[in-house]
Design a protein around this ligand. Sequence first.
Ligand SMILES: Nc1ncnc2c1ncn2[C@@H]1O[C@H](COP(=O)(O)OP(=O)(O)O)[C@@H](O)[C@H]1O
Ligand SMILES: [Mg+2]
Length: 280
Amino acid sequence: MISICIEQLVKSFGGKQVLNKISLSVSEGELFGLLGPSGAGKTTLIKILTGQLSYSGDAHILGKSCDRLDRSIYADIGIVTDNSGIYERLSCYDNLRLFASLHGVKKDIIPAILTRVGLDNKRVQAGKLSKGMRQRLILARALLHNPKILFLDEPTSGLDPATANDIHSLLLELKAAGTTIFLTTHNMLEAHKLCDHVALLCDGKIVEYGVPDELCRKYNDKNTITILGKDGHSVCFYNTPKYAAAIADYFSRDNVAAIHSSEPNLETVFMKLTGKELDR
Ligand SMILES: Nc1ncnc2c1ncn2[C@@H]1O[C@H](COP(=O)(O)OP(=O)(O)O)[C@@H](O)[C@H]1O
Ligand SMILES: [Mg+2]
């Protein structure tokens, strides 16, 4: 089953085209990553898919056209952005209670959701939360009604590594439970670790799409293997049969401290394709 389907999608603001003939699809239960530097068009695409912006071309979520979504879609989707409308003066619990009543969800589940995102002090006022805790609350809010699709716009941007890791674990749990996740990030390590498929977006165009590991192997132009010997010397071989014996020799002499193949990471792939850097 396809959860999200986009074909030849174009979006312009004034005369400026910011999404240029985007086509992609996300299957049910998949964790999909849209990667790109700031200004690439990631947030714009999330807004289009969640019915907040007009567009031309085709875009469907859960079989419904994104230019004709009504409020009922909000029962099926959860959205995490940095301006996710938290009520600063209410406690974490009361924030969730408000959204539970909006979604027609029983408030009994709130404590379990708060625990799940690692927010145990539910009485604390939302305005007093640290950035990481606030992000956990926003995530809890998006999960309250057990959505089929979760949209996350740079969910770990600016968070400390421990909180980012907790959020990663939670996303993998949600995926295991069948939730479809549409994530944007400019963090390639995060994308590689989490995503089933990624699309690399640059200046409104998808420049590459695929499984992270496969993309890295596809752009392994060097095709070398480097062996660090136990004697402290490192040697680089082309990964061809010609060097098989030489490589084997390191193993037979028990002289392998480490071995590395030369495939680039996603960040390097992105830079190769676009000439641009991601993290800034
Ligand atoms: N409401 C808007 N009006 C005009 N231009 C916009 C608007 N929203 C976004 N843009 C422009 O569209 C481009 C993509 O923005 P955005 O989707 O926010 O990128 P990202 O989320 O990847 O950083 C940027 O050049 C941005 O300035
Ligand atoms: Mg953005």
